[in-house]
Design a protein around this ligand. Structure first.
Ligand SMILES: [Zn+2]
Length: 393
């Protein structure tokens, strides 16, 4: 499948540009028109890390006219093994600023737009709307699903890549012409199942292997050349040195891009959706987790507990566990609600699925509530195990 070019050509190339891009201009499939399209293109790179580094450098060198960089992080020494857009003198500096400086050095003709902020549900649409194409270099599931959802809702194509140890994957997701990320991965993996690169490691050069595939696909989409990686997943194994292409079909039942899509807006909380539990929360729940059945038993025998629902008021309105007092997680994390909690009763926390209550539990333990526990699976487990007549949401 070939697709029409994503971008109209710029009016002209300057003499400087003709000199600089001459090795592109003499490729018949690119030519002056293809280079003019790159000049007119606006590409956003989400993350200036492992994948973002090579992606930004090659996009800049190729002459993409406007490059957006979104990253809120700062350069750490442990990044330098793979994030080659940053150098020793950049340690401690904003990644977006550092990447922008490198791009100016590679190609001063590129207009760089810096978004020195975390991508979130409040800014993602506005930022994405300014670009023709997104290159996803994120390293966590919460942001990945948000990038996908925003791109589909805005009708934007995006080039996705992921890396772990010696394995890499890449694809182009564009719901108008093929599957989206949710068609391939409808559900995030359970928390703790897939270690991050920070936990499991990544071969530095793997970033270049996958990042360069992403740039290759970006250029093809912008200029309308070749066969884009739409509906196909590239799977790379650096140890075997094998590239495999797997067909990915659009899922007719995809909640986001399927025929009867039910997801028509961004999720309220992607961290919650992906069950991203912090290390503190993972430690806090050890020996401090009860099941919904145990909670019911405690209530039935009249154990002196103080049950706290850490969800939001709207969720409490929809469904609640009998006897629970609503204290949203934010008030516990800020310390504001600590005075509302009894010191002489055992505190039992719950939320919808057990993720937010684990975070709140970590805060309570740190504040000295040593015997506090949380309910595994939260309201959803309560409905399943104790009272299926309640509405799941
Ligand atoms: Zn889909």
């Amino acid at each position: 499948m070939s697709l029409p070019p994503l971008v109209e050509p710029a009016a002209e190339l300057t003499v400087d540009e003709i000199r600089r891009y001459s090795r592109h201009l003499i490729i018949p499939d690119v030519g002056v028109t293809g280079q003019k399209r790159l000049k007119n293109a606006r590409v956003l790179c989400v993350g200036a890390g492992g994948l973002g580094s090579p992606a930004l450098m090659y996009l800049a060198a190729a002459g993409v006219g406007t490059l957006g960089i979104i990253d809120f992080d700062t350069v750490d020494e442990s990044n330098l093994q793979r994030q080659i857009i940053h150098g020793v003198s950049d340690v401690g500096r904003s990644k977006a600023e550092s990447a922008a400086a490198s791009i100016r050095e590679i190609n001063p003709l590129v207009n760089v737009e810096i978004h020195n902020t975390a991508l979130d549900r409040d800014n993602v649409r506005e930022i994405f709307a300014q670009y023709d194409l997104i290159v996803d270099g994120t390293d966590n599931f919460a942001t990945r699903y948000m990038v996908n959802d925003a791109a589909v809702l805005l009708g934007k194509p995006y080039v996705w890549g992921s890396i772990y140890r010696f394995d890499g994957q890449a694809s182009v997701f564009w719901a108008e012409h093929g599957p989206c990320y949710r068609c391939l991965y409808p559900e995030p993996p359970p928390p703790g199942m897939v270690p991050s690169c920070a936990e499991g490691g990544v071969l530095g050069v793997l970033c270049a292997s996958i990042g360069s595939i992403q740039v290759n696909e970006a250029i093809k989409l912008l200029a309308g050349i070749g066969e884009p990686l739409v509906g196909r997943l590239m799977v790379y194994d650096a140890l075997e040195m094998s590239y495999r292409k797997i067909k990915v079909r659009k899922d007719p039942n995809c909640v986001l891009c399927g025929e009867n899509a039910t997801l028509t807006d961004l999720l309220e909380d992607y961290e919650d959706f992906c069950g991203a539990v912090s290390v503190e929360a993972q430690e806090a729940v050890v020996d401090a987790t009860i099941t919904a059945a145990e909670l019911k038993e405690w209530q039935d025998v009249g154990k002196d507990i103080f049950l706290v629902d850490v969800r939001e008021p709207a969720e409490y309105e929809i469904v609640r566990i009998p006897g629970a007092t609503l204290i949203p997680k934010g008030e516990i994390l800020s310390g504001e609600a600590l005075s509302k909690l009894p010191q002489d009763r055992q505190i039992v926390l719950h939320c919808k699925s057990g993720v937010r209550s684990a975070e709140a539990l970590a805060a309570l333990k740190a504040a000295g509530f040593r015997d506090a526990v949380h309910v595994q699976g939260g309201v959803l487990s309560w409905i399943k195990q104790i009272d299926p007549s309640l509405p799941a949401y």
